[in-house]
Design a protein. Structure first.
Length: 277
């Protein structure tokens, strides 16, 4: 899965903040924020007894986690100084009570609210939401009869839930939930059509937000094989194997149609370097 789509998926359970005060007064019991000068992968890990660690995070990524739902792409975040895209930070925090995650790594509304409070207090972050007309793709069923392709079907997988402090449940390695990508393959287990669209928005050949208008209401397993070097748009000639657009139509029975649409954006009104611990 593209990193952008993956990191924004962390916030899909959170209600999108309607005002700059999105944290609602919910805060970590204790939190440490320190600069990280190293070029390391951004990573989140749950710690014992309600702890959480964010390692090597750019501030823009943290903003995307805290305020990202229902945004799909970093270019839907507007404003702010350039350092929010480059400077990295480590955050070690502890919450009172459970901070659980499901099989796709998504945190609860509560931890999202606590992260918002931390950003507002320590980085003096203030944001507001707008709607702007932007280029987008609409995900629709490709066939007039609505029939889906051979590489997608309704899922029967029961996605496990992970709870901090509890033993890890036994997980069948062939029955995981989420979306994984490797080279020219994309595989999904137990995901709704809206998540398929959000994932597609992160691929360079798509490069736009994707609006789900498939009418599909269930959870699906799917598999796509395509030629990742091809970046043709729908209707372009295919000469070296299927593009992602073609594979999507032939294998899943879904189509991406280009149009301009009113989409949410989050505008960064104010942000400062964090106060010292």
């Amino acid at each position: 899965m593209p990193w952008l789509a993956g990191i924004l998926a962390l916030s899909t359970l959170a209600m999108h903040a309607q005002t700059a005060g999105g944290g609602g007064g919910v805060a970590f019991d204790v939190a440490s924020v320190k600069p990280n000068p190293n070029d390391v992968p951004e990573a989140i890990s749950l710690q014992p007894n309600g702890g959480v660690r964010y390692t090597g995070f750019r501030l823009l990524t943290l903003i995307a986690i805290a305020y990202g739902s229902p945004l799909q792409r970093f270019d839907q975040f507007l404003g702010g100084p350039s350092w929010i895209k480059t400077d990295r930070f480590d955050i070690v925090a502890k919450a009172g009570g459970d901070i659980s995650a499901d099989a796709q790594g998504r945190r609860s509304d509560r931890i999202i609210a606590m992260l918002r409070t931390l950003l507002e207090d320590r980085f003096q972050l203030r944001v507001h939401n707008e709607t702007r007309d932007l280029p987008a793709y609409v995900l629709r069923r490709a066939r007039r009869d609505g029939k889906l392709g051979p590489q997608i079907h309704e899922s029967t997988i029961e996605c496990p839930r992970f709870v901090t402090g509890a033993p890890l449940p036994a997980i069948d390695p062939d029955r995981w939930c989420g979306i994984r990508a490797l080279g020219g393959t994309i595989t999904g287990h137990g995901v709704p059509a809206s998540q398929i669209g959000a994932n597609l928005s992160g691929y360079p050949m798509v490069g736009r937000p994707v609006i789900d208008r498939t009418g599909l209401t269930g959870r699906y397993d799917f598999h796509i094989e395509y030629a990742p070097s091809l970046a043709d748009a729908p209707g372009d000639a295919v000469t070296a194997g299927p593009s992602l657009f073609t594979a999507l139509s032939e294998q899943l029975g879904l189509a991406l149609q280009s149009e301009k649409a009113p989409l949410p954006v989050t505008v960064i009104d104010r942000v400062e370097h964090p106060t010292p611990d």
